[in-house]
Design a protein around this ligand. Structure first.
Ligand SMILES: Nc1ncnc2c1ncn2[C@@H]1O[C@H](COP(=O)(O)OP(=O)(O)OP(=O)(O)O)[C@@H](O)[C@H]1O
Length: 252
């Protein structure tokens, strides 16, 4: 469990980034005849929030999936630098990438991909149980995370009994309960109204970069991007701009 407490403001945005935790080097990825990424290089620094934007089909999700080891690029490296070591994720086999995703990365998607038959508590706890943690310890940690994200009292609700924003909080808790240090989010607020979207981004930022973790968010939403410290724009599989956000880290 992290020291994150709901209501604790994130640290002031720093324009001096930490060391690169992820480094994409010359990534190229095609799907049959479709080129999705072309010679793309990018450093993501520890503690940074990076919004990945750009037109539909520009390669955002493909980049996110390469950085997170969900897919492998055709050429190039994805260097993960953690705990003093460097790993090229693109060279790991399926089993190694899967283990890395479970231990080091967390994922939040547009629809939280929660299991409808399970309660909020069970949906979070299952991430730990998949790592071999016993049920009682896993549920204890899950309850702490739900409380930290403002969901105390909702542990026993099933997904269908939660609002969209509450369900995304459960997804945010599940993404981090295993101690992930890099969180990837693909349109995490895409299904929410603007007020709920702001709340969910607030929670997402406070619980990730607010405690020194790293956040990479694919989004079409300018409000989401404005809350991130940095915005990278892709078009036709290449980076066309990379800028710090003036209001980086702002919370509602
Ligand atoms: N599994 C796949 N099979 C075939 N083509 C794909 C596949 N995934 C992506 N593509 C193609 O690769 C290109 C980049 O897609 P990608 O999903 O990365 O873009 P995106 O910027 O995330 O788009 P969107 O904003 O619409 O989600 C597109 O032309 C897309 O059609």
């Amino acid at each position: 469990m992290t020291s994150f407490q709901h209501g604790t403001p994130p640290p002031a945005p720093s324009h001096v980034p930490g060391p690169a935790v992820l480094g994409a080097r010359g990534l190229t990825k095609s799907y049959d005849a479709t080129r999705a990424l072309t010679d793309l290089s990018l450093n993501v620094h520890a503690g940074e929030s990076v919004a990945v934007m750009g037109p539909s089909g520009g390669g955002k999700t493909t980049l996110l999936h390469c950085l997170a080891g969900i897919i492998t690029p055709d050429t190039g490296q994805v260097l993960l630098q953690l705990d003093g070591g460097t790993t090229d994720i693109a060279r790991l086999d399926d089993r190694e990438r899967s283990a890395l995703r479970r231990s080091t990365f967390g994922f939040v998607f547009q629809q939280g991909l929660l299991i409808p038959e399970l309660t909020a508590l069970e949906n979070v706890a299952v991430a730990l149980m998949l790592l071999g943690v016993d049920r009682s310890s896993a549920e204890h940690s899950a309850a702490q995370w739900l409380a930290a994200l403002g969901l105390a009292g909702m542990e026993d609700r099933r997904v269908g009994q939660l609002s969209g924003g509450q369900a995304q909080r459960v997804a945010i808790a599940r993404a981090q309960v295993s101690g992930a240090s890099v969180i990837f989010a693909d349109e995490p607020t895409g299904a929410l109204d603007s007020g709920t979207s702001a709340e969910v981004m607030d929670i997402l930022l406070r619980s990730t970069t607010g405690t020194g973790k790293t956040l990479v968010v694919v989004t079409h939403d300018d409000d989401v991007a404005r809350r991130c410290a940095r915005t990278v724009r892709l078009r036709d599989g290449r980076i066309v701009s990379d800028s710090l956000s003036p209001a980086a880290g702002a919370v509602a």
